[in-house]
Design a protein around this ligand. Structure first.
Ligand code: GLU
Length: 611
């Protein structure tokens, strides 16, 4: 998952590397490390457990400088988050940072041990350092690039790697196989990183590497060899993305700020697309019209919260646009044979646009017969955006909290507009469209109303602090929202939570119900409410305390064993978007009271860039 930054320059680069790491911390934050070589050839090497700020403090403390080197912020896959396992890893004079997983690290490790190498870490990465060292020793006159060419075929897995020979520090070699890398071209200096945002303080002149590229980089030269072994030129792209260095303003946590930003984020996502009483997605261009006129089936592929957004969109596509749609977790889709029908469009959802499994699913879709791809994404210039045929951006603004909030609700808003756009081609009437449009326009105001009741939800949160489990129930399009609510609670408060479609209770989960199991129910006043009420009674009669989020005017009354949390009325179609918000608040307050690291919960990262 991790973030990589490297630089070859004629000035000190440690601050550039550290700023790059700060901007890449969304990719992992369990340890960080840096190795720089100064103009006299002296090697400075530091690693720290914890966030980039720990490393930055140590770099200042030890007054470390260097003109060439590399840095890494880790999300551990192999080996605990300890200093020994932090990157860079070194084998004598070979230094390596790595994003990804070396799947055959065990046999490689064993054979390198037989050849006399000692391992200092439990990581898969260390095998790369020793392997390059070994290959170097086999052919002493070879360049680092030639040596790495020999090492690469021995590695299995997905990776982006940066390698340096500390004795010849003016050369960095990089290789990418399944992980993103972008080069930043400077004047008399060059840079490389996992994401362009890390490079923007020093350059906007970029080269995006492609799968299998091998790069040799010095201050003045960049040579790229493609997968087929040919020296090639890749286009230089001027980045136009804005990096919003966000501070928390008056808020204590980014997640809190992002929850409260939702009315504005939704307005930004919606307003310019809702013109003259119509939903307008002209931004997609004429290519979209050709593609959409052929669409007969939709496959939505996503992970985490985006998967829940996809579940809601699946129902919308089938109900409103009359297009058969299924939704699948990207890591499942990519490893099974799926039937692709004629006119099958793939829609990928990812806030960051760098989710490894979703990207892999997109790449796979190009080989197996989908007619095209559309991405819904929040980050301009991300891999998903660059590689998809069509893109709809959410305008949520930078989302930093690991638990997605405004990223999720703006995704739903965009998906609903897309459903209307496609529905129109399938005969959706003007009155249905204008109902949806009005409902979307109302939504920011209604969400503001929900946010203004935050104190009630904060009080409610106290009931959960000493609970070990919680159950979320919903039906129809509230079922995915129940799943999203459960995910939020798990992610940031570490309370085990599950979501069930309320109709499924009697098929097993009812056995879990007792007084220690709070049950959260999403109960807007819709066609399923009567059915849901029966499910609620089934739970109530078994002793659980129920927390029911319901329309203000619904016929629920707080009672012994039942707490009603009234929510403003919205059109049924947009109620999944509205009902997500109080659940975000609930998990936020539970985590706050429990004193958890809300923005960077343990074991997680914002963008999941390993599979
Ligand atoms: N597999 C490597 C490790 O565990 C790299 C993980 C990452 O991409 O951060 O150290």
């Amino acid at each position: 998952m991790c973030g990589i930054v490297g630089a070859v320059a004629q000035r000190n680069i440690e601050e550039i590397l550290l700023e790059g790491l700060r901007r890449l911390e969304y990719r992992g934050y369990d340890s960080a490390g840096l190795l720089v070589v100064n103009s006299k050839g002296h090697v400075n090497y530091l690693r720290r457990v914890g966030k980039v700020k720990e490393l930055a403090a140590a770099v200042t403390q030890y007054n470390m400088h260097g003109i060439t080197g590399m840095a890494h912020t880790r999300w551990a896959t192999h080996g605990e988050p300890t200093e020994k396992n932090a990157h860079p890893h070194i084998s004598d004079y070979i230094t390596v940072v790595h994003n990804g997983i070396i799947e055959n690290h065990e046999p490689l490790r064993n054979s390198l041990i037989e050849r006399g190498y000692c391992f200092n870490s439990q990581t898969d990465t260390e095998v790369i350092a020793h392997l390059v060292n070994w290959e170097y020793k086999q052919c002493k006159d070879s360049t680092l690039l030639e040596v790495i060419k020999k090492a690469i075929p021995q590695l299995r897995g997905t990776y982006s790697i940066l390698v340096m020979d500390n004795r010849i520090p003016g050369i960095l070699v990089a290789v990418t196989s399944g992980g993103p890398l972008v080069i930043g071209i400077g004047i008399g200096e060059n840079f490389i990183a996992s994401d362009q945002v890390a490079l923007l303080p020093v350059t906007r002149n970029l080269i995006f590497l492609e799968e299998g590229d091998l790069v040799e980089m010095t201050c003045h030269n960049i040579n790229i060899v493609n997968k087929a072994g040919h020296l090639i030129k890749r286009p230089h792209i001027e980045s136009n993305i804005q990096y919003e260095a966000c501070d928390k303003g008056k808020y204590r946590f980014y997640m809190q700020k992002e929850i409260y930003e939702q009315p504005v984020a939704l307005k930004n996502t919606l307003e310019w697309r809702l013109v003259q009483g119509q939903i307008n997605l002209n931004e997609l261009g004429s290519q979209a019209y050709d593609l959409f006129s052929k669409v007969q089936h939709i496959k939505i592929v996503a992970c985490g919260s985006s998967y829940h957004a996809g579940m809601v969109a699946r129902n919308w596509f089938e109900e409103l646009a009359d297009i058969p749609c299924d939704v699948e977790i990207a890591s499942e889709f990519r490893y099974r044979k799926s039937v692709v029908r004629s006119g099958h469009l793939i829609i990928t959802l990812s806030q960051s646009g760098e989710t490894a499994d979703t990207l892999a699913a997109l790449r796979l879709s190009k080989k197996i017969g989908f007619i095209g791809s559309l991405a819904v994404c929040n980050v301009q210039g991300s891999s998903l955006v660059r590689e998809s045929d069509l893109v709809l951006m959410t305008k949520a603004g930078t989302e930093i909290g690991v638990a997605s909030t405004k990223g999720f609700t703006t995704q739903l808003a965009v998906l609903l507009m897309l459903v209307v756009h496609l529905g129109r081609l399938n005969g959706m009437t003007k009155s249905v469209e204008s109902n949806i449009l009005n409902a979307l326009q109302e939504l920011p105001k209604r969400i503001e109303q929900v946010l203004s009741t935050d104190k009630n939800i904060a009080m409610l949160a106290e009931d959960f602090v000493y609970k070990y489990n919680a159950l979320f129930l919903g039906r129809g399009n509230q079922y995915p929202i129940a799943m999203e609510g459960a995910l939020k609670l798990k992610e940031i408060s570490y309370i085990h939570a599950e979501a069930y479609s309320a109709g499924e209770l009697k098929h097993g989960p009812l056995a879990l119900i007792d007084i220690d199991m709070p049950v959260i129910v999403l109960a807007p006043n819709n066609a399923l409410l009567e059915k849901l009420k029966s499910n609620i009674e089934e739970v109530r009669s078994r002793g659980s305390h129920l927390y029911i989020f319901a329309d203000q005017d619904a016929s629920f009354i707080s009672n012994k064993g039942i707490t009603i949390i009234p929510l403003p009325y919205v059109e049924e179609i947009v109620s999944p978007i509205l009902y997500a918000v109080p659940l975000q608040l609930l998990s936020y307050y539970v985590a706050l009271i429990k004193g958890k690291d809300i923005d960077q919960p343990r074991n997680l990262a914002k963008s999941v860039t390993v599979e």
